[in-house]
Design a protein around this ligand. Structure first.
Ligand code: PEP
Length: 254
């Protein structure tokens, strides 16, 4: 019912030429893919060149890893949503835990960015997820509730068609430690329930919820077999064309 999404977050990796090469390999690997949306998020510097290099009728969609919440102005170092559209992006990742933790982004700022990105015509991949300390101290559901409710504040049900949620437990990002399929399913079904409460059941049934946190070729199938896991946001493994191709070709057959 929900088309799965496999998205690669390249973080601060790849020069322009390297990015074009990897994007072309990903694009080639989608030639035989069916029923899966594929998104890649190269660094800002490579976006427009990657957009030019991807075949116009191809299957790979382009995301940025961040944007600012204003359209233009004196915001040194920031990038406006419309600039990303101009560079060829269809999506933007917002609220990644590295932005929250290393750059102090609050739920309020992420919400403003979400509105600005949607207003500019971008689709948003909104990341949420608890730290290990929050999980171990029993605050996981509270944190997920705050990040979801505040991140999506003021959006209409129609705008939710342009939003994808990525549940990324912080303790699983870049650590090689993946949430078990059961842990992922528990969080995803909780978040879907939250969205039903914030909007309505049809919105919650439509929204794609991706899992992120050390997704690899050898664990993607188990994660994707969960009812409420609609895809993956992949960091490290998206930098290797073969690994990402295997992840795109996940199999939920027993
Ligand atoms: C991420 O940064 O979104 C991520 C999930 O990274 P990794 O797959 O490397 O854990």
């Amino acid at each position: 019912m929900r088309t799965p999404i496999i998205a690669g977050n390249w973080k601060m990796h790849k020069t322009i030429n390297e990015a074009v090469e990897l994007a072309s390999s990903v694009s080639d690997a989608t030639a035989v893919l069916d029923g899966v949306e594929v998104i890649i998020a190269p660094p800002f510097t490579a976006l427009s060149r990657v957009a030019e290099a991807l075949p116009a009728d191809g299957r790979v969609q382009l995301a940025a890893q961040n944007c600012y919440c204003e359209g233009q102005g004196a915001y040194t170092g920031e990038v406006a949503p419309a600039m990303l559209v101009d560079a060829g992006c269809s999506h933007v990742i917002l609220g990644h835990s590295e932005r929250r933790q290393l750059f102090g982004e609050s739920n309020e700022l992420i919400n403003r960015k979400t509105h600005a990105a949607l207003d500019a015509g971008l689709r948003v991949i909104l990341c949420i997820g608890e730290t290990l300390d929050e999980r171990e101290s029993g605050r996981m559901f509270e944190v997920l509730k705050d990040q979801t409710a505040e991140g999506l504040k003021g959006l209409t049900p129609e705008q939710m068609d342009q939003v994808v949620i990525a549940y990324e437990p912080v303790w699983a990002i870049g650590t090689g430690r993946t949430a078990s399929a059961d842990q992922a399913e528990e969080a995803h079904s909780f978040v879907r329930g939250l969205i039903a409460g914030l909007f309505d059941k049809p919105v919650s049934e439509k929204v794609r919820i991706l899992y992120g946190g050390s997704v690899k070729p050898d664990n993607v199938d188990g994660l994707m077999a969960q009812q409420n896991v609609d895809g993956a946001l992949v960091g490290g493994a998206s930098l290797k064309a073969d690994d990402f191709a295997r992840i795109m070709n996940f199999s939920v057959e027993a």
